[in-house]
Design a protein around this ligand. Structure first.
Ligand SMILES: [Zn+2]
Length: 420
């Protein structure tokens, strides 16, 4: 998994609790001034982005900067068309009303998610608002080159809109596979059949935009931690159950764990059953060989993969066979959780896709399984929840990746077209 992104560097999850390293004070001088100003711009933009909007008074309080400095920073961000100031805050506070500083939704990133059945392209505004989403169904085993052609055509069709109504930072891609961090090369996307495809470069060549790519589950973790159920949580694990297996992402200390090349977080291929069956990856007893959607669909008589329908049927079923299978899968999920909890000591485990449904069918069963491990001190503090962002999750995650450089240094980031 593949993110250089650090929320904590720009203050996420830290502000408001008295110990956040949100902003450097304005008492620096000399050569440090530019560095400090850039850092503070990043802090203010990051706060507006993640919260959806704060008054100048709140920004002053949270950053610890003085009012005139905040006014100055907000002025620069307005000038760069990255934030807008709206209405005075008339929430009844004493003193002069303070305008609300919101992320400018016309500063956008393009989000791309190639999947086995479709290529989806979205336009996502700063602040994580999905403004547009176009899903192009594709035949099975669509090649990378064809997926790029489809993306380029969708983006070309949006081009007039993008050039007149928006300013675009670039493209973020959520890939169901292993992505090399530094150049966005897809090393392996098994269900797409892609091996060593220079996806980011191909998309740049086809569209002219800068492109960054990462594993879909890592981006799901990033999106949930920024805007979803993981807001204000510094340590979380996100696990997604899809048609093709189980993916995951880890945020530790507010930072996405990537590993040395970007491949960390493959919970689906961790060992849960040493006398289990052979996995596609060549190992035996991987989590995704035991915890899988297909047997659940089969048991409730569904051939289609509609997640809501699966959950409804699982929940409504009184069949002992369904209950046995659900509990069998939860037993193995508990093994994976136990390992993850002991290794990462997370505050939150977020479940997406069919894993969320599996948990929803028998939450007490899983909670009890975890509670049976008396030596597990780390388990005392962990909560299990489901994704909040659902169908927008990967669009927001991919966009977040594309916004990364803008958020970390608003003063040097280039958007297309430049401010007029
Ligand atoms: Zn495996």
């Amino acid at each position: 998994m593949c993110l250089r992104h650090s929320h904590s560097r720009t203050g996420a999850h830290c502000y408001g609790d008295g110990h956040g390293d949100v902003a450097v004070t304005q008492n620096e001088s000399g050569n440090n001034n530019d560095h400090v100003r850039r850092h503070n711009l990043s802090a203010v933009l990051g706060l507006a982005h993640r919260t959806g909007g704060l008054s100048r008074a709140q920004l002053t309080k949270v950053t610890g900067l003085n009012r005139s400095t905040v006014a100055d920073l907000v002025g620069e961000l307005v000038e760069r068309q990255l934030v807008v100031e709206v209405g005075p805050d008339s929430s009844g506070h004493v003193g002069r009303p303070s305008p609300i500083v919101r992320p400018n939704p016309r500063a956008v990133a393009l989000a791309v998610n190639p999947e086995v059945d479709a290529v989806t392209v979205g336009v996502v505004g700063l602040g994580g608002t999905v403004l547009k989403r176009v899903r192009c169904p594709t035949p099975q085993r669509t090649r990378a080159k064809e997926a790029v052609t489809i993306c380029a055509a969708v983006i070309e069709a949006m081009r007039a809109d993008l050039d007149t109504r928006y300013r675009t930072v670039g493209i973020g891609v959520a890939v169901p596979g292993l992505v090399r961090e530094h150049d966005g090369l897809v090393r392996l996307a098994p269900h797409l059949g892609w091996v060593d495809e220079p996806l980011a470069q191909m998309l740049t060549d086809a569209t002219g935009y800068p492109v960054v790519a990462a594993n879909d589950a890592s981006l799901g973790a990033l999106a949930e931690s920024t805007f979803g159920s993981g807001r204000d949580v510094t340590d979380l694990i996100y696990l997604n159950g899809g048609a093709s297996g189980i993916g995951g992402g880890v945020i530790a200390g507010g930072v996405s764990l990537a590993g040395i090349a970007g491949y960390a977080g493959e919970f689906g291929h961790t060992l849960v059953n040493s006398i289990g069956v052979l996995c596609d990856c060549g190992a035996v007893g991987c989590l995704e060989t035991e915890v899988a959607r297909a047997p659940l669909l089969k048991l409730v008589g569904l051939s289609d993969a509609d997640g809501d329908e699966l959950e409804r049927k699982l929940t409504a079923s009184r069949s002992p066979a369904v209950q046995t299978e659900v509990e069998r899968q939860l037993d193995f999920l508990a093994v994976a959780f136990r390992n993850a909890i002991n290794i990462f000591n997370p505050q939150l485990i977020i479940l997406g896709g069919f894993l969320g449904s599996l948990y929803a069918v028998a939450p007490a069963y899983l909670d009890q399984k975890l509670a049976q491990r008396p030596l597990l001190a780390a388990q005392e503090t962990v909560t299990i929840s489901r994704t909040e962002l659902t169908s927008d999750l990967l669009m927001i995650g991919a966009a977040e990746l594309a916004f990364e450089s803008l958020l970390s240094d608003p003063a040097s980031s280039r958007l297309t077209p430049p401010p007029g």
